[in-house]
Design a protein around this ligand. Structure first.
Ligand SMILES: Nc1nc2c(c(=O)[nH]1)N[C@H]1C(S)=C(S)[C@@H](COP(=O)(O)OP(=O)(O)OC[C@H]3O[C@@H](n4cnc5c(N)ncnc54)[C@H](O)[C@@H]3O)O[C@H]1N2
Ligand code: MOO
Length: 404
């Protein structure tokens, strides 16, 4: 059976980053930059006051005390008209350009103004060059790189692009993911289940996992275990960038998903991966002329399997689609809080609680009844990875964890 690493590799080989498009900064939020940007301005564009007060020549204030002659008042948005000579100062507002000759600002709280004589008496501590000001282009020079291709655009990056003259950018968008829950036993969460029935919890859980991934969810409801109904829903789902099916991918007689996907023209890339939970995972691609491909995941129906497979495999595919330079999840090494007995013949991703103590991650695997026990994941903020085999791990042993 395919290993998790081989499955990751096949997903990265199959999923192509989507073609970039140009858009406004608002539309670019939560997309990935496809081309790097450079600044068209110096930041700041001039020597800039960081305090309301008086622009001074620091050489005039060797002890921090002096009485200086006021030249003018400089507001943010205006330009100074008079340079400072020895013994001179200009009143200045935060954000305004410093006059020529000035190399520091004394904040207004340390100044006594004599309006009649147009002087100011300054009583402050030592004034060094650069105090309460930013030198021109000290943050960024015009022509310098602001953001590299592959940067995920959060509010701070959007602001930096606005500041540096990139109101239109080339980005890769997040995908749309259709969700199709399959199974005759399923009823919507708002409905009380009748004998033999259970609530469709996977759909809403996947929907919110998609939210967490900053992508777009298209829930398609429940498909019955009947070929025509399933086919109709699958064809609808194949219009999205991704189709996530939940259930019907293992070996049951009504596990119709793989054969119906193939009938719809989907090419299977792999079926079954050596991990627990999530072994029956199915992955394929639909490639048709004149459209971007659709990537299809058949997620195992058991809720914890569905959740884990989304975190491990679907997130990787989403990040590859969006053009993240490193789409792989990075494990956090954590020390076991207590000894732990791992069991089973598959590498296991076990619900766990990770805490930080003295800068170190400490992990406690949680009690669970397995892949149908969604309740056990409620106290988890991670999964801990234990290799296949029965092994007694000691408290303090290091294990890989993946934070949720
Ligand atoms: N003979 C074999 N049987 C099973 C195997 C196997 O290899 N050979 N694999 C087991 C493993 S591991 C898993 S995981 C499950 C996955 O099965 P399916 O993906 O086919 O899922 P279903 O059989 O449809 O459902 C499994 C389980 O999950 C519940 N379920 C389904 N959909 C939802 C939903 N939307 N919300 C909440 N719960 C859902 C369903 O009622 C079942 O209880 O197969 C094993 N069997
Ligand atoms: O692999 Mo299954 O997902 O153990 O229950």
């Amino acid at each position: 059976m395919l290993s998790v690493q081989e499955a990751f590799h096949l997903i990265l080989q199959t999923v192509k980053p989507v073609t970039p498009h140009q858009c406004s900064l608002l539309e670019a939020y939560h997309c990935v930059l496809a081309e790097g940007t450079v600044s068209d301005v110096n930041v700041p564009p001039f020597d800039k006051a960081l305090m309301d007060g008086f622009a001074v020549r620091s050489a005039d204030l060797p002890t921090g005390e002096a009485t200086l002659q006021i030249q003018e008042t400089i507001y943010a948005g205006s330009v100074p008209t008079l340079p400072l000579q020895a013994g001179q100062t200009s009143q200045i507002m935060t954000g305004a350009p410093l006059p020529e000759g000035a190399d520091a600002v004394v904040q207004i709280e340390h100044c006594i103004l004599n309006e009649k004589q147009q002087t100011v008496q300054i009583e402050t501590s030592l004034v060094t060059p650069g105090k309460n000001m930013l030198y021109r282009s000290s943050v960024l020079e015009a022509g310098a790189t602001v953001l590299e291709a592959g940067t995920f655009l959060r509010p701070q990056e959007i602001g930096a692009l606005a500041e540096t003259g990139s109101p239109i950018v080339s980005v890769r968008r997040a995908p749309s993911l259709a969700i199709l829950a399959t199974g005759d036993e399923l009823v919507p969460p708002e409905q009380p289940p009748q004998p033999g029935q259970i609530r469709n919890s996977n759909e809403i859980m996947l929907h919110t996992q998609i939210f967490q991934s900053q992508a777009n969810a298209i829930p398609l409801g429940i498909a019955r275990d009947e070929r025509n109904h399933l086919r109709e829903k699958i064809l609808e789902g194949l219009k999205s960038d991704f189709l996530l099916l939940s259930g019907g991918v293992s070996a049951g007689t009504l596990d119709l998903v793989p054969s119906e996907l193939q009938a719809a023209g989907v090419r299977q890339v792999f079926h079954k991966v050596n991990l627990k939970p999530g072994k029956p995972l199915w992955f394929g691609i639909l490639e048709e002329a004149n459209r971007t491909p659709c990537y299809i995941f058949g997620l195992p129906g058991n809720p914890v399997s569905s959740m884990v497979c989304f975190e491990l495999f679907v997130k990787l595919a989403i990040r590859q689609f969006m053009g993240f330079p490193t789409p792989e999840a990075v494990p956090v090494q954590a020390r076991l809080q207590l000894e732990f007995q791992s069991k089973g013949n598959r590498p296991t991703y076990h619900p766990a609680q990770v805490e930080w103590k003295d800068g170190e991650a400490i992990v406690s695997p949680l009690k669970t009844l397995g892949s149908a026990d969604l309740r056990s994941t409620v106290n988890a903020n991670a999964v801990a990875l234990f290799p296949a085999g029965n092994q007694l791990y000691q408290a303090g042993d290091k294990v890989d964890t993946f934070l949720w």
